[in-house]
Write a protein that binds this ligand. Structure first.
Ligand SMILES: Nc1nc2c(ncn2[C@@H]2O[C@H](COP(=O)(O)OP(=O)(O)O)[C@@H](O)[C@H]2O)c(=O)[nH]1
Ligand SMILES: [Mg+2]
Length: 240
């Protein structure tokens, strides 16, 4: 087993290098990944969030919606530019139906997949509302990928791909059409978000190194604040 240090990365990591100097607590936890990154799934009910998660983490798809059987999060470990990244992906477990997603859901998230259904225009119209929710509850620098899901249902399309692209461009988001059913662009959507986050982390780490006056040595773990890191490290539900 590859044993390297654990870097628990949360949104606090997106602070300025000077803030980092004081916010980051170093402690050592040996683990089999370099970074643990929390990603949240958001978007209207029925757009395919749970199936995107199951496709990405277990390569499974369910035709029947099981809104009531929700997991808190699922994980998958993958390589990004030579680093071992453990993506911890949170699913809403149906709370989005009641507009009752708590701020704890967003806490510590460094990435989000904002999903709509290309066959249901209202789910695209609601993307703006979800962005506002993100901006109110998540870190300002969170990396967002907008995903127009169910691209396999071309005959039922109600949202032009170009409209998705233009909206994403206007809002500074990445954009892909996906299909959890056909496993189309699911991998790419997460890879893109994780790579973008990794680029931010490595830039910040470099800046911090300069500010602090040296590179963190091998075996140094960056742990960012108690409340945040505990949510990312102590829950063991559903991890694979
Ligand atoms: N055709 C098609 N159906 C999908 C796709 N993704 C999800 N679904 C279906 O859409 C319904 C809602 O999916 P679900 O993942 O529960 O959506 P959630 O409420 O956003 O979590 C289910 O019946 C899924 O089988 C997709 O890519 N293509
Ligand atoms: Mg769901």
């Amino acid at each position: 087993m590859l044993v390297t240090s654990l870097f628990v990365i949360t949104s606090t990591f997106l602070l300025s290098p000077r803030s980092l100097r004081y916010c980051l607590m170093a402690s050592k936890i040996d683990h089999d990944y370099d970074y643990l990154l929390k990603i949240v799934l958001i978007g209207d009910s029925g757009v395919g969030k749970t199936n995107i998660l199951s496709r990405f983490t277990r390569n499974e798809f369910f035709l029947e919606s099981k809104a009531t059987i929700g997991v808190e999060f699922a994980t998958r470990t993958l390589q990004v530019e030579g680093k071992t990244i453990k993506a911890q992906i949170w699913d809403t477990a149906g709370q989005e139906r009641y507009r009752a997603i708590t701020s704890a859901y967003y806490r510590g998230a460094v990435g989000a997949l904002l999903v709509y259904d290309i066959t249901k225009k209202p789910t695209f119209d609601n993307v703006q509302r979800w962005l506002t929710e993100l901006r109110n509850h998540a870190d300002a620098n969170i990396v967002v990928m907008m995903a127009g899901n169910k691209s396999d249902l071309e005959h039922l399309r109600a949202v032009d791909e170009q409209d998705g692209k233009s909206f994403a461009e206007k809002e500074g988001l990445s954009f892909l059409e996906t299909s959890a059913l056909e496993s189309y662009n699911i991998e790419k959507a997460f890879q893109t978000v994780l790579t973008e986050i990794y680029h931010i982390i490595s830039k910040k780490a470099l800046a911090t190194q300069e500010a602090v006056g040296g590179a963190p040595g091998k075996g140094t773990t960056i742990n960012v604040g108690d409340s945040v890191s505990s949510s990312a490290t102590t829950k063991s539900c559903c991890s694979s």
